[in-house]
Ligand binder design. Structure first.
Ligand code: CA
Length: 628
């Protein structure tokens, strides 16, 4: 059937608004008995100024409509649907594009009035997927500490400030992945003066920016305008904005906008009638159902059209079905980058072969998945913080790391039987794999190294941190860095810091001066990757032809890239060696003179020194990169 798009979404105002009248539409299940529309002057409290009984559409019993005369700009509204003789409670519906404080009521806002100056000229930066370098950040972590020097602490606007932009530009990342920034439940927007922290994986209104990150959550237009200012500032700096989206579950079932308007339609159930919990959060949405699939498709399209979003990271993508992810891919422009967690947090109530899991990525062209294989090969397994792997000098992780280096594609140099999780390649193209060693989940890199490597010194932490990111940034997958790793951040050993206070989660910008060698190295590494297409060849066939591995050694992975014939590549033979051993090792390369660009925790793409071929030393716990 043709996708049915509620007219108010097309109007982009939460309702179909005109100065003389506003038309409201809500979808229900067929057994809905009555729908009341209430209009308010305020977003919270007060009494309705008007209550209207909505009319059921004659052709479609799931659609209810009402038209209210007069200029409603600045007013708020709720829907209240009756089933089985009982009204379920007021809510803004599922398509609200503006809301009052805490997202309790929809708001009628002229969205064109929320556009910052010059918004019409704003364009998504043109950067192919293979060239992306993603920086994953939480608004509050990034800016809340006094050391940030930022004015708009914990707000969208922090990312418009020159110091923030200058830092991202200096680091060299070209995409910022912002943790949930849609309206979520766990921060009370009426108490923003008090310290509150949450990552925000508890969605309420999917198509509205979070009020807690705005300077005034009571005024619906403010969060929309400030979000756009953020996007505009990043785009002007040539940086893409990727939104972390969480369609796989809602904050709760009973109070969710889904459940209040269409009870039990949007959630999967087990055979025994209980709610399935593949999200680990008490519920799991049913992307395979027509209205849920349509909702996800229209929602991401809306963020692209209205907010100029450049990409999406799907939380627990493995809860969604493959057909829905492919529908999303097809509905979005090809330059929109899509990736997700190719797993779920529990079993889902649809057949496993339909789920958008990592192992099914080859069925989802143009969609990428995080490589837990590479991550855990470096830092250690996800189920035990105290277990080390490659970085901690534990042998046996080499093939898993090689799997990450080639971007999870089929490659003759990888023995898949020895890869930790994926016993076969899952990516058709290397841009379908996200290369990373840490993200907001679990311990950050410093904490993990401290927890898993006995007696580790600060010097060793730095060496291994830089070694880990060298693997990430020389992977043919798409590199991804957790915000603050360049500042040698720690979270005081907290594993799941989703609601930890600022004292745990904040970035300490003074670390840039304490450990300048870390930022220096990251900058050099990122600059090298950007300048050299050999490190991001984009084509699986080219990776198979141009990249080969040197002989295996314990806790050392070394590879060669023949840069000749790689379009745009200036370097010829490139050798990369990643040595996690506590002692120096050697590799054998052909005779000749090579320029050293990375050695012993220094990285400078213009060259550090030269070295002659033959047997070459790779210093302990560090990377070596040379080229001719
Ligand atoms: Ca909120």
């Amino acid at each position: 059937m043709a996708l049915l798009v509620p007219q108010f979404l097309n109007a982009r105002t939460g309702v179909n608004y005109t100065p003389s009248a506003s038309a409201f539409t809500v979808e229900t299940n067929e057994d809905a008995q009555q729908v009341k529309l209430r209009i308010y002057n305020v977003g919270l409290g007060g009494k309705p100024v008007k209550t209207v009984n909505m009319k059921r559409d004659k052709a479609d019993p799931t659609l209810w409509q009402a038209s209210v005369k007069g200029d409603l700009n600045g007013k708020f509204y709720t829907f209240d649907v009756k089933y089985g003789g009982k009204f379920r409670g007021e809510c803004p519906g599922i398509w609200a594009t503006a809301v009052g404080v805490n997202g309790k009521r929809g708001a009628i806002v002229d969205l064109r009035g929320t556009d910052p100056q010059g918004w019409n000229a704003d364009r998504r930066p043109s950067i192919p997927a293979s060239d992306l370098i993603i920086y994953e950040m939480h608004h509050r972590d990034f800016s809340i500490d006094a050391s940030s020097g930022l004015v708009n602490k914990g707000k969208f606007l922090a990312l418009t400030e020159p110091r923030a932009i200058a830092h991202l530009k200096a680091l060299g990342v070209n995409a910022v992945h912002i943790l949930p920034s849609f309206d979520y439940a766990s921060v009370d927007e009426t108490r923003l003066g008090e310290p509150q922290y949450n990552w925000g994986y508890d969605p309420v209104n999917y198509n509205v920016p979070e009020g807690g990150y705005s300077t005034d959550p009571y005024k619906p237009e403010v969060r929309i305008n400030e979000f756009k200012q953020m996007v505009q500032a990043l785009h002007r700096a040539g940086i893409k904005v990727i939104l972390d989206v969480v369609y796989n579950h809602t904050w709760n079932i009973d109070g969710s906008n889904f459940q209040l308007t269409r009870p039990d339609y949007f959630y999967r159930k087990n055979a025994d009638g209980t709610y399935s919990n593949g999200s680990g959060c008490g519920n799991e949405t049913a992307s395979e159902r027509e209205a849920m699939r349509r909702y996800m498709v229209e929602s991401v399209k809306y963020w692209v059209d209205e907010y100029h979003i450049d990409g999406f990271r799907f939380d627990l993508m493995g809860v969604h079905d493959i057909a829905t992810m492919n529908a999303i891919r097809q509905a979005l422009p090809s330059d929109i980058f899509i990736y997700g967690e190719g797993w779920s947090a529990g079993s889902c109530a649809i057949p496993g072969e339909q789920l958008a899991m990592k192992a099914h990525i080859s069925q989802m062209p143009g969609i990428a998945a995080f490589s837990d294989c590479m991550r855990d090969a470096l830092r250690g397994p996800w189920d035990s913080d105290s277990k080390a792997a490659f970085l901690g000098g534990v042998k046996g992780n080499e093939e898993s790391l090689k799997f990450g280096i080639v971007g999870a594609i089929q490659h003759p140099g990888v023995d898949y039987s020895k890869v930790n999780y994926s016993k076969e390649p899952y990516a058709t193209e290397p841009t379908q794999m996200i290369a990373y060693v840490s993200c907001h989940d679990d311990m950050c890199l410093v904490d993990r190294l401290k927890a898993s490597v006995k007696g580790i010194t600060t010097d060793e932490i730095i060496r291994l941190d830089l070694l880990a990111q060298t693997a990430v940034l020389t992977s043919q997958g798409v590199p991804f860095i957790l915000s603050g790793e360049e500042m040698l951040r720690d979270k005081k050993g907290v594993h799941n810091s989703y609601e930890s206070p600022d004292s745990i989660n904040h970035l300490d910008w003074d670390n840039l001066e304490r450990y300048p060698q870390v930022m220096d190295y990251y900058q050099g590494l990122i600059a090298m990757r950007k300048a050299h297409p050999a490190f991001h060849m984009a084509s699986a066939q080219m990776v198979r032809e141009r990249l080969d591995f040197l002989p295996d050694q314990n806790c050392l992975v070394a590879f060669h890239i023949n840069g000749r014939g790689v379009p745009g590549e200036q370097w010829g033979d490139i050798y990369v060696a990643l040595n996690a051993n506590k002692r120096a090792r050697t590799i054998e390369v052909p005779e000749g003179t090579y320029t050293v660009v990375c050695r012993n925790i220094k990285c400078d793409p213009s060259g550090l020194t030269t070295v002659s071929g033959g047997r070459i030393t790779v210093p302990a716990q560090s990377a070596l990169i040379i080229h001719n």
